[in-house]
Design a protein around this ligand. Structure first.
Ligand code: ADP
Length: 588
């Protein structure tokens, strides 16, 4: 049985029981008084009948024996005690005594009801009887004959009997009321059935909703309050479901944005407890399980604490910069107030923008400008020196003047080639001229380049050869490969001592090809190899300058190769020679 129905039944039964108790209590008192009043009436009637029966001239019969006789006979058929008292108070008839016993009964002249009857015509009293030793109700009336007062007739009944009658009446009333109670409970139980069923259905649905099953719907097939309640609950569930879905979507979007962010993001509440640290921040700061801890437990940098304090105290946007000592990376931090939780003071959200790469590029650019200026300054200083020397009388000696002029020219050439190289590098870096990608035979390009350097090689007595294996066609820009090989062969001829050997070897590599420029020159120490392709990097700066080098050749080579999908590498054994390789991808 559902507790709702049990309660309804209980309420019905309790209401009926309360009504019954009130009825029994009130009615019990009324009953008792009614019974007593009724008994008094009956006793009065019986006393009157007796007085009527005794209304004869007593002297004719002689008082005494016939009165008691009459009283005994009359009292036999009733529970009532009847007593007759003469004018002087003597008891001359009584249902409870005869003859000797009757004569032994004390004088009744002093009994209150007798006195009252003699003086007023009728008297009543309740008391303990001296004769029967029971609590009695007495009613006495005058006995008259032709207007003459003869004595008093009295009827009395034990109060215990009256009480007993009242109790009997009360008991039957109680039994009747108990039946009513049982009937009321049964009715309440029966009537509660149509209420309990929809109620338990609604309860079941509401409990499912409360457990989080927001897809649950309650049947709305009734038009009464239960139907309305079901409709309201269903509408509430739909509303919550929609809001929940919207919140879930919002959260998914938010977390997608957070995890897609390149910048780190940290949110803390006003006490400094970490509420959120996104993936980027966890990666860059090696954080695990930062949420819920105090930010000081995971961030050692004082700048972060200072920034949080500034934002918390000012309530405004603040920025800071930090350098991570371990990884050598730099971050720009932006902190803004953040509504952490409802009712609480604002927290702070900080973004960590990794500016290490920007700093590195800035540094490279600064270094580049410094290097380029320096490279240009050196020949310029020389030119100025020779010009001054010529002005100071060098012109007078023709031989010296010629020598100075040729040095001026050499330095001017060096400046020109430096500017050419810088321009080429800048063009390549800007991507202004895209490579024309084609399919071509790299062996043919290698042969062309070797042929164009034949004169220079023979002047230095260097054997310059090609070694061509058959290779598949490669993809790239043949003109750029030509410029790559020109730089590499130029270097090889520059650094290889007279009488040495330079070979341009073309061979297949995978499905593509590799073009290698090998020389028997001084080679390059392994410590230089990783930085060899950087701008202005030279193994021996003085020697490079002396040979007219700019320090930009290999950097241009690397850019050219990468611009057309090729790559370059170097292998070298100091004292034996170097080998610069260009790896070309296959065509198609
Ligand atoms: P440079 O104009 O000085 O030759 P590069 O960028 O072409 O500049 O070359 C960088 C440095 O690499 C050179 O200064 C030189 O020290 C070294 N180098 C390049 N090619 C060779 C080679 N074939 N043999 C030995 N050293 C070389």
């Amino acid at each position: 049985m559902s507790s709702f129905r049990r309660r309804l039944t209980l309420a019905g039964a309790l209401t009926a029981a309360a009504a019954l108790i009130v009825v029994l209590f009130v009615q019990g008192r009324v009953l008792r008084e009614d019974t007593r009043a009724e008994t008094r009436e009956r006793l009065r009637a019986e006393a009157r009948i007796l007085a009527e029966a005794l209304s004869v001239p007593w002297s004719v019969q002689g008082p005494g024996y016939w009165v008691d006789d009459l009283v005994d006979r009359a009292g036999r058929s009733t529970e009532t005690r009847l007593t007759v008292v003469s004018m002087n108070g003597a008891v001359i008839g009584d249902t409870s005594a005869s003859d000797e016993a009757l004569r032994a009964i004390e004088n009744h002249a002093g009994r209150p009801e007798i006195r009252e009857a003699l003086s007023l015509g009728e008297g009543t009293n309740e008391r303990l009887s001296n004769t029967t030793h029971e609590s009695q109700l007495y009613v006495a009336v005058q006995v008259r004959h032709q207007g003459r007062l003869l004595g008093v007739a009295r009827a009395s009944l034990s109060l215990a009997r009256i009480e007993m009658r009242a109790r009997e009446l009360q008991r039957s009333l109680g039994l009747a009321l108990l039946s009513v109670l049982a009937l009321a409970s049964g009715l309440a139980w029966w009537l509660s059935r149509p209420l309990a069923e929809p109620m338990s259905r609604i309860l079941e649905g509401a409990q499912a909703m409360a457990r989080g099953d927001l897809g649950k719907r309650i049947r709305e097939d009734r038009d009464d309050e239960f139907g309305q309640l079901a409709r309201v609950l269903n509408q509430a569930a739909s509303g919550i479901q929609e809001q929940f879905a919207a919140a879930t979507r919002e959260r998914a979007r938010f977390s997608a944005v957070l995890s897609a962010m390149e910048d780190g993001l940290l949110a803390v509440d006003h006490k400094g407890t970490v509420l959120l640290a996104n993936d980027a921040l966890s990666r860059s700061h090696n954080l695990t399980g930062a949420s819920g801890t105090h930010y000081l437990e995971v961030f050692r940098q004082a700048e972060i604490g200072a920034l949080i304090d500034q934002v918390l105290t000012s309530g405004e946007r603040r920025t800071a910069e930090i350098d991570l000592s371990g990884s050598g990376r730099s971050f720009v931090l932006v902190g803004v107030p953040f509504p952490a939780s409802p009712g609480a003071p604002d927290g702070v959200v900080i973004t960590f923008n990794d500016v290490s790469e920007r700093r590195r590029v800035d540094r490279i650019r600064r270094d580049f400008v410094a290097n380029a200026s320096h490279e240009l300054r050196t020949p310029l200083t020389s030119i100025r020196g020779f010009v001054e020397a010529l002005e100071d009388g060098g012109l007078e000696e023709q031989e010296t003047a010629k020598r100075f002029l040729s040095r001026i020219r050499a330095n001017a050439d060096r400046m020109a080639s430096l500017v050419d190289d810088l321009l080429e590098l800048s063009r390549l870096e800007s991507g202004a001229q895209p490579p024309s990608l084609e399919s071509f035979d790299c062996g043919a390009v290698a042969s062309d380049v070797v042929a164009s350097f034949a004169g220079i090689a023979s002047r230095k007595s260097i054997q310059l050869n090609t070694a061509l294996s058959s290779t598949p066609a490669v993809a790239g820009d043949s003109d750029r490969l030509r410029r790559i090989l020109e730089h590499l062969v130029d270097n090889a001829l520059k650094y290889t001592p007279d009488g040495g050997r330079v070979t341009v070897r073309v061979s297949p590599e995978g499905k593509g090809a590799v073009v290698a420029v090998e020389d028997t020159g001084p080679g390059i120490g392994p410590e230089h190899l990783p930085r060899l392709f950087e701008r202005f990097y030279r193994v021996d700066t003085a020697r490079s300058r002396e040979l007219g080098g700019t320090g930009l050749g290999l950097s241009i080579v690397k850019h050219l190769a990468e611009s057309m999908g090729a790559s370059v590498s170097v292998a070298s054994v100091p004292g034996q020679g170097s080998r610069f390789e260009t790896h070309l991808p296959p065509a198609g």
